[in-house]
Write a protein that binds this ligand. Structure first.
Ligand SMILES: [Zn+2]
Length: 236
């Protein structure tokens, strides 16, 4: 079975149709009420939704007004901190992130984390809110072992083709913590530096899985089965 531990649907729903047709076990991100409504209508029985205020939206969305979404979502996220890809000040991101960590812990729901540039800052917060965490597309060389020591799942993103930090993680993440993700069709294009069409998505998943399998000295099929099993376990 193919799996995609973290992805986004575009408005046209091309990836949703591919997921339904191919029974891809996927965790589909929703960053706000409108995206939640759209994705909830698009998923089939093999796809699940996560809901959370992304750090880039920390100045726009207030978790206190979104209670009903946290209550129905099986997974909270992606939430986190980012000092690389956004101009939203960290001081504005922090209370939004911590409020959602508290909500997830209180509701006993697992969490998808976005950690860009704030890998060190996030670790003590996770210790304050013990929970099942999944660090999506981790791309730093530092602190990999610290996240693993907290029992986090960690996904390998599509720039495993080129990023040494992602390749290092792909080699060393324990078998029972490894996930595979695309982050959506647009991210495949971003990671590979050329336009990727939705119809090339499945081939893209196979390409990444083959690379990770080669780095770990195993087969693509075995690795894909492992990643799907781990995602199912995370979603339980
Ligand atoms: Zn994402």
């Amino acid at each position: 079975m193919l799996s995609d531990a973290h992805c986004h649907y575009d408005e046209a729903g091309a990836l949703a149709a591919i997921h339904r047709a191919n029974h891809v076990l996927a965790l589909v991100n929703c960053g706000g009420p409108a995206e939640w409504a759209r994705n909830a209508a698009a998923i089939g029985p093999d796809q699940r939704l996560s809901f959370g205020v992304h750090p880039w939206q920390s100045a726009t969305l207030d978790p206190a007004t979104l209670t009903k979404y946290y209550q129905v979502a099986p997974v909270i996220g992606e939430i986190g901190l980012d000092t690389v890809w956004t101009k939203v000040p960290l001081a504005q991101q922090l209370p939004v992130f911590e409020a959602q960590l508290a909500i997830a812990a209180r509701l006993h729901k697992p969490v998808v984390l976005h950690t860009k540039g704030c890998e060190q800052e996030i670790l003590p917060l996770l210790k304050r809110y013990p929970n099942q965490y999944f660090v999506h597309w981790y791309s730093a060389l530092a602190y990999q072992a610290d996240y693993l020591a907290l029992g986090c799942y960690m996904s390998i993103g599509p720039d495993v083709v080129s990023d040494p930090a992602v390749r290092a993680l792909a080699r060393t993440v324990p078998a029972n913590r490894l996930l595979l993700e695309s982050d959506g069709v647009a991210s495949l294009s971003w990671a590979w530096g050329h336009e990727v069409a939705p119809q090339d998505y499945a081939a893209g998943l196979h390409r990444c899985a083959a690379l990770v399998a080669a780095l770990r000295g195993t087969s693509r099929g075995w690795l894909q089965a492992l990643a799907a099993h781990n995602l199912a376990t995370f979603l339980q």
